[in-house]
Design a protein around this ligand. Structure first.
Ligand code: GDP
Length: 310
């Protein structure tokens, strides 16, 4: 990837896309294409092909996807599988026809088997059943990974496939019905503090372990791989650090300065018991995370809540 390249980011209005756009701009990449949903309907193959023919991107970060937490995945599986399957197929095909030089397509930690040995190595993909609450999203992503690798092989395309662990940060989705655990809890603790509520309820047992990566770190990994990695084998992108949902809740409560009781609703699903990626291949290329969980949570809280509270 060169400074003179025309770079398309699909999903630039999303959390990772937004961070990527900012970091590329700071790095003096000036030829950025960042179409909004209104500019380009990615579910429409003809529109996507026409866009690629007209703008001729050299490099594509294909980040647009329908994403959501455990509740949204479980409630709208049809939308998750349709939108993601169609969008990625349209983008890969348009990239093939227009001769894109390099394309990045992120997989997801949730495509790995629910009970894969931890930390999860890249070779575990499709080695067992995935977590049922996000099977539709995972199936679309697996389809995308296989399609990307098949296109790379048959058409000699340069497609890279990082596998991000759970990503959080500024620009996250705070809608309680769709959000992942970090924005959901940050919002719940913040509102509980504002209303002086005596108790905050966390879904599930609190026991599941999760690994989290700050959005700027993921964006930096994507740029690093664009510059330093040319294989179409999937490559894990995490921090190699994990935390229980219970400890995460306590950490967020501290940042929000909430001192009430934290309790657990065991009728809600825990999802996968543990999700940590083995990112030693990425670390072996020389990359290290820059933003700790405490620092990332603090940045996120200050950006999204403290101004509202003041
Ligand atoms: P997952 O990593 O795919 O399971 O996605 P989530 O971020 O949605 O959930 C992570 C874990 O946090 C699961 O065990 C959830 O049950 C738990 N959790 C606890 N409270 C909440 C909440 O308010 N919202 C969400 N999304 N998850 C929660």
């Amino acid at each position: 990837m060169r400074l003179s390249d025309t770079i398309l980011i699909t999903g630039a209005s999303g959390m990772i896309g937004g961070a990527l756009r900012r970091i590329l701009q700071e790095g003096h990449y000036t030829r950025l294409l960042v179409p909004s949903h209104a500019d380009l309907e990615l579910r429409d193959a003809r529109q996507v092909e026409a866009y690629f023919t007209k703008h001729k991107p050299d490099v594509v970060f294909h980040l647009a996807a329908r994403v959501g937490g455990i509740h949204a995945n479980n409630t709208y599986p049809g939308q998750f599988v349709y939108d993601n399957t169609v969008i990625q197929a349209n983008v890969f095909e348009a990239a093939r026809k227009s001769g894109v030089k390099k394309l990045l397509f992120p997989g997801s930690a949730c495509t790995y088997p629910k009970l894969a040995p931890q930390p999860v190595q890249e070779k575990e993909l499709m080695n067992g059943p995935v977590e049922p609450t996000n099977i539709a999203y995972a199936a679309a992503k697996i389809n995308g990974i296989i399609m990307a690798q098949s296109y790379a092989r048959e058409y000699d395309m340069n497609i890279i496939i990082p596998m991000p662990t759970n990503t959080y940060g500024v620009g996250d989705n705070f809608d309680p019905k769709a959000s992942h655990v970090i924005p959901a809890l940050m919002r719940r603790f913040h509102e509980a503090k504002q209303k002086s509520l005596p108790e905050v309820v966390i879904w599930g047992s609190g026991a599941p372990l999760r690994e989290f990566i700050y959005v700027d770190d993921i964006a930096q990994i994507f740029i690093f791989l664009m510059q330093n990695y040319d294989a179409h084998d999937i490559i894990n992108a995490g921090t190699m650090q994990e935390i229980s949902i219970k400890d995460l809740a306590a950490k967020i409560a501290k940042i929000v300065d909430y001192s009430g009781k934290i309790s657990f609703d065991a009728t809600k699903s825990d999802g996968a018991p543990r999700k940590m990626l083995d990112s030693s291949r990425l670390f072996g290329l020389g990359w290290k995370p820059q933003v700790s969980l405490s620092e990332g949570l603090q940045r996120m809280y200050e950006t999204h809540f403290t101004r509202i509270a003041a």
